[in-house]
Design a protein around this ligand. Structure first.
Ligand code: TXA
Ligand code: MG
Length: 301
């Protein structure tokens, strides 16, 4: 049994993280490559204790940012009840405590940790409304809990604490600066795009809409729609007329969905500042604009 549910970042497709069959059902519904590990949702730090090794850095970050958009990659606990499939064979597991009342209620009611990738077909853009989920996965899943639009709008930050030094694997709702301030040390940025599958969500072509995506656009060309930011003139839609990256992040996936549905050949996107959530937005946009698997067979969506 899998269920789609809202979190503060994006909608997740959840199942029992301790049961391989439930985890496999998630992979199947998403048509997700099975080597891509899932993050595991808990209702409080205490619930993570039996799942992963809670080193002191993890405890400090949980105290500061949980519940909230921060996923921590940690060594699996030797007696971890988590499905092996959830880790996709790695010796680590990713834990996250979502700050959404429906997600919290779901985990508490279930009584087990919930594995939940974003509730979209693998490689497609992430859903920030129940309608996005239905459009992407409708026939493949039995139930969607509708909690309205997601507040943050981009996925959680993924931080790897399993190595010698903390390393960001994915930009997201909590910035590297916020993390560094709590840890009292700098945080390594995400590694450059590579073929290694440390965080498969980092694969180059990801979050891809049907339309082509063109970045740093100042005007729409023929057969293009324009996604603006700030004072962009002639924008079809604007991520944030007031140039607020937090508002832009919340609007990002919904507006990409909307422009994709307009049937235009290409979505041209105005420049977004590389600051705060702007880093996560640009990361997702670069992936959306990257060559697709059929265009670049060596990249996996
Ligand atoms: O905001 C979010 O995190 C959303 C909501 C639903 O909670 N979930 C989400 O899941 O974005 P997903 O599967 O789309 O992204 C999880 C990311 C992926 O990039 C995955 O590769 C990485 O976390 N990940 C999961 N387990 C990992 C592990 N053991 N080691 C390294 N990366 C891991
Ligand atoms: Mg995803």
């Amino acid at each position: 049994m899998v269920v789609a549910f809202p979190t503060e970042t994006v909608y997740g497709l959840g199942g029992d993280a301790t049961r391989d069959t439930a985890v496999a059902a998630i992979f199947a519904a998403k048509q997700r490559p099975s080597f891509n590990p899932l993050n595991v949702h808990v209702s409080a730090p205490e619930q993570a204790e039996s799942l992963v090794m809670l080193i002191s850095q993890a405890k400090a970050l949980m105290a500061a940012f949980w519940p909230g958009p921060l996923t921590l990659v940690l060594p699996r606990h030797p007696q971890s009840p988590l499905s092996r499939l959830v880790s996709a064979g790695l010796e680590t597991a990713a834990v996250r405590c979502p700050a959404h009342p429906i997600a919290q209620a779901l985990i508490a009611t279930a009584g087990y940790p919930i594995a939940a990738p974003s509730a979209n077909r693998s490689g497609a853009i992430s859903p920030t409304t129940a309608t996005h989920v239905r459009d992407s996965l409708g026939d493949a899943i039995p139930l969607i809990l509708d909690g309205g639009p997601c507040r943050v709008g981009v996925e959680s930050t993924v931080l790897d604490l399993s190595g010698d030094t903390p390393r960001l694997l994915r930009h997201g709702g909590i910035t590297a600066e916020q993390i560094a301030a709590i840890l009292g040390q700098t945080v390594a940025p995400p590694p450059a795009q590579s073929a290694t599958l440390l965080a498969p969500g980092m694969m180059l072509s990801h979050y891809a809409p049907r339309a082509q995506v063109r970045l740093n656009a100042t005007a729409a060309g023929v057969d293009e729609v324009l996604l603006g930011f700030g004072s962009t003139a002639g924008a079809t839609l604007n991520l944030s007329p007031s140039a607020d990256v937090v508002e832009a992040a919340a609007n990002l996936f919904a507006m990409l969905h909307q422009l994709d549905a307009s049937g235009a050949d290409t979505i041209a996107v105005a420049p977004i500042p590389e600051q705060g959530l702007g880093l996560a937005i640009n990361d997702r946009l670069r992936r959306a604009a990257a060559p697709r698997p059929e265009e670049a067979a060596h990249h996996v969506a």
